[in-house]
Design a binder for this molecule. Structure first.
Ligand code: NAD
Length: 309
């Protein structure tokens, strides 16, 4: 069962597995359109609702849950942390309770943001989250490790770095830059744009996760860095170059608590990643060819606003 399978990474992962049961609430971030071409069973449900989860796990005799469902936008978490606590923590505890009772395996998709600004973080680094979003993801990771130890639940934690690629909501930096550039709009850049992020193409992440679903060892944490670090400003300039258009950059007030960098390494895995320029070209091409997909999102307040604070 793929929870959050109608979102950005979850829908890419769902293309890597055979006929998944997709359990998704279809919030503003989840769309059935993301599953066009995927042979799947769809269940509209909420991970905050234990009985909906239980009914689905029993009905389809689910043995593995891969959890992508979450509130994922840091800016939104700064304005309203409560739903991040509900979905990202309480929802994960519900999943853990299911796994405990039904002997189901849990594969949790966490994030490099749980390490905060630490340099070259390995899987055993302390968690130092800075935003309400990353604090909620770090809390979920702690609950998972506690359930592994206390109840012997079979769970693993995967921490990918920043993902980019087709079907990412236009509230996020890369699609926002592509779409705003296409429309001739300004691109708001927080602070000086010197924050460093490590980018990985979504299909690469999906493949690594698919492998780990089979091979990941109970209680283990796996970092999945892209190994391609760049500053936000350089990234936006690179997108402009690849699009053959000058992006209209507008520097705006920095995000409160903004992490200067994310930097982690993997000590456990080796895999191939798409070079950043190649992945960005594919992503731009996808947004150019799929205006029908992003046009309905143009009124989203986090696409429209320069800052949210
Ligand atoms: P997304 O925002 O695109 O999708 C989230 C999905 O979860 C949506 O389909 C939404 O409908 C669903 N959802 C939300 N609340 C739900 C609930 N209560 N019950 C059931 N479904 C619910 O997210 P994404 O960018 O694909 O991220 C997926 C996961 O990967 C998240 O857990 C995120 O923390 C993690 N992650 C994302 C990135 C990234 O760069 N996008 C990087 C590292 C980790």
């Amino acid at each position: 069962m793929v929870t959050g399978g109608a979102g950005f990474i979850g829908s890419s992962f769902s293309r890597e597995v055979k006929k998944p049961v997709i359990f998704d609430l279809l919030t503003y971030a989840g769309r059935l359109e993301n599953l066009i071409g995927v042979d799947h069973i769809f269940v509209k449900g909420d991970i905050r609702n234990y009985s909906q989860l239980e009914d689905t796990v029993k009905k389809y005799d689910i043995k593995i849950i891969v959890n992508f469902s979450a509130e994922t936008h840091v800016d939104r978490s700064i304005n309203n942390a409560h739903i991040f606590l509900d979905t990202n923590v309480y929802g994960v505890v519900n999943l853990l309770e299911i796994c405990r009772r039904y002997d189901t395996r849990l594969v949790q998709i966490s994030t490099d943001e749980v390490y905060g600004e630490q340099e070259n973080a390995t899987e055993d680094f302390p968690l130092r989250p800075s935003s309400p979003y990353s604090a909620s993801k770090a809390s979920a990771d702690m609950f998972i490790l506690a359930y592994v130890r206390t109840y012997g639940v079979d769970a693993i934690i995967i921490r990918p770095s920043n993902n980019y690629g087709p079907r990412q909501h236009i509230e996020k930096l890369i699609p926002k830059t592509i779409v705003r550039t296409l429309l001739g709009l300004e691109i708001p850049i927080y602070g000086k744009g010197d924050q460093e992020r490590d980018w990985i193409y979504v299909e690469d992440t999906a493949k690594v996760i698919a492998q780990l679903v089979e091979t990941g060892k109970k209680g283990e944490i796996y970092n999945v860095p892209g190994g391609q670090r760049t500053t936000n400003i350089k990234l936006v300039e690179m997108i402009g170059e690849l699009m053959g258009r000058e992006p209209k950059i507008k520097f705006v007030k920095d995000r409160p608590g903004h992490d200067k960098k994310y930097s982690m390494v993997s000590t456990k895995l080796s895999y191939k990643v798409t070079p950043l320029k190649e992945g960005l070209s594919k992503t731009i091409k996808w947004y150019l060819e799929n205006e029908w997909w992003w046009r309905p999102l143009l009124n989203d307040e986090y696409f429209l606003r320069e800052t949210s604070w």
